[in-house]
Design a protein around this ligand. Structure first.
Ligand code: SF4
Length: 245
């Protein structure tokens, strides 16, 4: 089956073998271009190039909407300097009060205080040297910190150090699998590596952000909006496919 894809002024013809719908790099990049065209890349409020600040924001953001993460971080910034020195000395209940709006504030405040203390004691208060380690070593070092799993480590490494990794959150995981960009049973590492195989490292930040945006707007967990979805022609999970045939 030949498919015609028009992106801006560029028309691309490509072939998908019926039945297998095997993903190709061209196909993956058409999806990326379509995302870029149809979804606004969310603006970062300011470059999150301070790794400690990025780590704290990422801890706050766990299971929390972006607006509440931002508000909680602003509350925290009003009361404390966002440094390992200041946060390791802060009273946990004071941090907790600042993070209340983000939810799970009791747990997050404990993690933030403990992580700050460890960074101060073990790494002389500096995360920047870890950012320049090779990716695997940097990730391994970060995940030694309590409350820091592979996703949090990857977010810090991608956003604060532009390291070549693609953090896999719930949206990235779901949308990649539905689109055939990752194997349906792939674990965190498998999804990350599969996505990396389709895109250039300079696109890792964009694809991470756009898969999340697409997951929130169209490819929702329970009821994906396949009819309105801008990449439904290329999606093997399109619920409208049979209806359109
Ligand atoms: S067609 Fe449906 S399942 Fe496929 S990416 Fe779009 S919204 Fe998700």
């Amino acid at each position: 089956m030949f498919i015609t894809c028009q992106i801006n002024t560029l028309t691309i013809f490509f072939q998908i073998s019926e039945g297998t719908k095997k993903m190709t790099n061209i196909y993956a990049n058409i999806i990326l271009q379509s995302f870029k065209f149809s979804l606004a890349l969310p603006k970062l409020d300011k470059p999150k190039n301070d790794p400690f600040e990025t780590l704290i924001i990422t801890i706050i953001s766990q299971n929390t909407a972006d607006t509440n993460t931002q508000r909680a971080f602003e509350n925290l910034s009003k009361h404390f300097e966002i440094t390992p020195q200041a946060l390791s000395k802060a009273q946990t209940n004071m941090i907790e009060a600042c993070l209340h709006i983000a939810g799970l504030s009791k747990n997050k405040s404990k993690v933030i205080r403990t992580v700050s203390k460890i960074i101060l004691e073990k790494f002389a208060g500096l995360l920047k040297p870890i950012m320049s380690l090779p990716l695997d070593e940097a990730r391994e070092t970060l995940t030694l910190l309590p409350g820091v799993g592979p996703k949090t480590a990857d977010v810090v490494l991608l956003f604060a150090a532009n390291q070549p990794t693609i953090p896999v959150d719930t949206h990235v995981n779901r949308v990649s699998k539905r689109l055939g960009l990752a194997s349906p049973n792939g674990n965190y590492e498998a999804v990350d590596l599969s996505l990396q195989s389709y895109f250039q490292p300079k696109e890792y930040l964009a694809i991470h952000i756009l898969l999340i945006a697409h997951g929130r707007k169209y490819c929702k967990a329970r009821k994906p909006h396949c009819l309105e979805c801008k990449v439904n022609n290329y999606c093997p999970s399109n619920s409208q496919r049979d209806k359109n045939d």
